[in-house]
Design a binder for this molecule. Structure first.
Ligand code: SF4
Length: 363
């Protein structure tokens, strides 16, 4: 595509944009939108090639793997239209109350046995306020921290005061997952029981508390390419360490159950665009990977992804961890379970929709 231009007045090519990002520069929103709108297969594969180079330049050949445990499932008061865990929708997703610290420590044992360094505890509810539930959660985080078995990460919904964020940090929380989900303008079509701004503010509180941030979104909910581009730039402003990308897996009983599946190449192209907009972040494939990408799953790394959620998701079932590890090794890449906080924190969870099961979460 080197002969094509980003817009009518410029002769910038995909290769120029890739070289600029590798040299430490940035691409503009117009340039990013141009990439999101690429249509020809030759252009899209050229974009993959540059996204792959950018990933290698900033992330080497390491692929970070994350895993989560659902500590409270279903019955959520919110109306996120993709989510099997909302109490407003009739889905077959499991429901149970807050599990005890012992069960979380058992999950930590398993994580340790599998060399997983971070364990994300995930709950399906609106959020956390001062009170007995916060006390309980802080107790779980402290036990997890003190056990030394796994790094305490979490995805526990909205946080509405700095004091709650600070307390979670003091209890050992290392990384918090809270997705923006989509663009600010498309968000009201996804959820009306809370606002985009509340999500942004939650991330700010946690960031101020010194907690690493994992924040991304869901593709394929009916949003435009412009919305995807806006999501990536909103995340760029917040500078999370991890950017989980979910691809909608429409779940029966939710309002999005009939949303047509996102074509795999469109999803992969979006991942590549995210890589050029967010070159230093860990871009992580989470829910919807298996069901939407099928045989093209291994292309996520060529498209610039540097991390992957493995194991079962909150409400759906993933392919086996062994198969995922084999895929990564076959590509000549090096699977890593998490890493230290000083590099980039590990995420916690994916969005609650997911293919395999998931999880709950988050949001
Ligand atoms: S995404 Fe999170 S907040 Fe929204 S309904 Fe599901 S569990 Fe509740």
């Amino acid at each position: 595509m080197s002969g094509k231009s980003v817009d009518g007045s410029s002769t910038t090519s995909i290769a120029d944009l890739g070289r600029r990002v590798i040299a430490g520069g940035e691409i503009t929103r117009d340039e990013a939108l141009y990439l999101f709108n690429l249509e020809s297969s030759a252009d899209i594969f050229e974009l993959f090639s540059w996204a792959n180079r950018v990933r290698e330049h900033y992330k080497g050949n390491k692929i970070h793997l994350c895993s989560i445990v659902n500590i409270k499932a279903g019955g959520c008061s919110e109306n996120c239209r993709f989510c099997a865990q909302s109490a407003l929708y009739d889905t077959s997703s499991p429901r149970y109350g807050l599990i005890d610290a012992e069960s979380v420590l058992k999950a930590a044992d398993e994580a340790q046995a599998n060399n997983v360094t971070g364990l994300g505890i995930v709950a399906a509810w609106r959020g956390l306020e001062d009170g007995p539930v916060l006390d309980q959660i802080c107790g779980v985080l402290e036990k997890l921290r003190d056990s030394g078995k796994a790094r305490p990460d979490a995805s526990l919904g909205m946080i509405r005061t700095q004091a709650v964020a600070d307390r979670l940090r003091r209890s050992g929380l290392e990384c918090y997952n809270h997705n923006l989900e989509t663009s600010r303008s498309f968000f009201p079509k996804v959820c009306t029981t809370h606002s985009y701004e509340e999500r942004v503010q939650t991330i700010r509180y946690l960031k101020n508390a010194g907690v690493s941030i994992c924040s991304g979104g869901i593709l394929g909910m009916g949003e435009s390419r412009e919305d995807r581009c806006d999501l990536a730039f909103a995340l760029k402003e917040l500078q999370p360490e991890f950017v989980p990308i979910n691809i909608l897996n429409p779940i029966e009983g939710t309002p999005f159950e009939k949303v047509p599946p996102m074509p795999p190449m469109e999803a992969l192209k979006s991942i590549a665009c995210f890589r050029l907009i967010l070159p230093r972040q860990e871009i992580m494939l989470a829910g919807g990977r298996v069901v939407n990408l099928r045989d093209l799953q291994s292309l996520i790394f060529m498209a610039g992804a540097s991390a992957m959620m493995v194991g079962n998701y909150l409400t759906t079932v993933n392919q086996s961890v062994e198969k995922d590890l084999q895929m990564i090794k076959d590509l000549g890449l090096d699977p890593q379970w998490g890493h230290s906080r000083s590099e980039t924190a590990e995420p916690v969870a994916e969005s609650p929709q997911s293919e395999v099961a998931p999880v709950a979460a988050i949001a």
